[in-house]
Design a binder for this molecule. Structure first.
Ligand code: TYM
Length: 339
């Protein structure tokens, strides 16, 4: 809870490549909606990005890209704090403390680590393994109550809750009782989980080699039309009921995207298109995507051309985030016996 009695919201996005429709519908759209009612901090999590090697020139550009995307999507730096994770050193300090609270058994359960490490477990960085502890530090450093994320981050949020609870228990006699709030994930409904345009069983991702699998926030209108027209479907017409979508993941994904953008339930969309060919539906979906993404793209280009503005927003964000984190880390050090 913040000093003005508003609940506190924290979330972050990794600067590892072009942001896509999944980042927008699963997370950033929600960030924008929350800023009127809550005290919000939105972070560009560059220290998470380097758990996998990043070309420094690209990393620097990607950090500014995520900051521009936050602004272009409608995050208002007067209402919310927008900042870069590495500009607040307390994230790293708290993550070390959490490395000592979190358990190896908990980290071993993380499916995202297993997916990312694959068969190469011995060769990935130690940072990738303890990544969830840093994520817990991001959230708990600001005593955040609510964390808007896509469904793929749910398990990391559960770990964050376990760390908060263990800290509060382990130090209950030393001022730690109820110190950390137990943060709640804010996950939109299933339709906000955006899957690859080429394989409806895989999530849309920045790291997928082919950019035809995703719609990027910077895609021109023609490219959006091309990607949607080539998006995988199947030989059957659009069904009448949600049940019939069961084993048609690509079709379900396109309907979910339509629903998420238009805020019309999937069933109503099916009523409109049932029995029709995909070409009509895909044309309307492209129109909808263009109507939503074109203004964001134009704003992105405008902001990226104004480096001074972007720098000011991030400098101001770093000062405001540091003020909050400094207060909390001092208390945390005291509770543990470090200060
Ligand atoms: P990242 O950078 O992978 O993704 C940023 C946000 O976008 C959501 N997302 C999706 N939502 C729906 N469909 C998709 N295909 C899709 N792909 C990505 C993610 O769920 C996320 O909300 N570990 C985090 C970053 C992080 C963080 C934090 C988040 C670091 N510290 C503290 C919240 C709080 C990550 O890698 O997100």
């Amino acid at each position: 809870m913040s000093s003005n009695n508003k609940k506190r919201v924290f979330s972050g996005v990794q600067p590892t490549g072009s942001l896509h429709l999944g980042n927008y519908l699963g997370a950033i759209k929600n960030f924008v909606n929350l800023q009127n009612d809550f005290d919000c901090l939105y972070c560009i999590v560059d220290l998470h990005a380097i758990t996998v090697w990043q070309n420094p020139v690209n990393l620097r550009a990607n950090i500014l890209d995520v900051a521009s995307a936050y602004l272009a999507c409608g995050i208002d730096p007067k209402k919310s704090i927008i900042f870069v994770q590495s500009s607040v050193p307390h994230h790293v300090e708290l993550s070390w403390i959490f490395n000592c609270i979190s358990r190896i058994g908990w980290l071993n359960r993380m499916t995202q680590f297993k997916e990312k490490a694959g068969k190469n477990k011995e060769k990935v960085s130690a940072g990738l393994y303890i990544y969830p502890n840093l994520m817990a530090a991001d959230i708990l450093l600001y005593l955040a109550d609510l964390v808007p994320v896509g469904d793929d981050q749910k398990q990391h949020l559960e770990l964050t809750r376990d760390i908060a609870q263990k800290f509060n228990n382990d130090y209950s006699e030393f001022g730690g009782k109820d110190f950390f709030p137990i943060p709640e994930p804010l996950i939109l409904d299933e339709s906000s989980r955006v899957m690859s345009l080429r394989d409806g069983t895989k999530k849309m991702s920045k790291s997928e080699t082919s950019s035809m699998t995703r719609i990027e926030l910077k895609d021109e209108n023609d490219l959006i039309i091309k990607k949607i027209s080539k998006a995988k479907t199947d030989a059957f017409p659009i069904p009448e009921s949600i049940d019939e979508l069961g084993n048609r993941p690509e079709v379900k994904n396109l309907l979910n995207i339509f629903s998420s953008l238009s805020e019309v339930p999937v069933l109503n969309i099916l009523n409109n298109y049932a029995g029709k060919q995909f070409s009509d539906f895909k044309k309307d979906l492209s129109d909808l995507l263009i109507a939503r993404l074109e203004p964001i793209r134009n704003e992105l280009i405008r902001i990226e051309g104004d480096n001074g503005y972007l720098r000011d927003v991030l400098e101001d964000g770093a000062i405001r985030a540091n003020e909050k984190s400094e207060r909390n880390i001092k208390e945390i050090r005291k509770i543990i016996g470090l200060g």
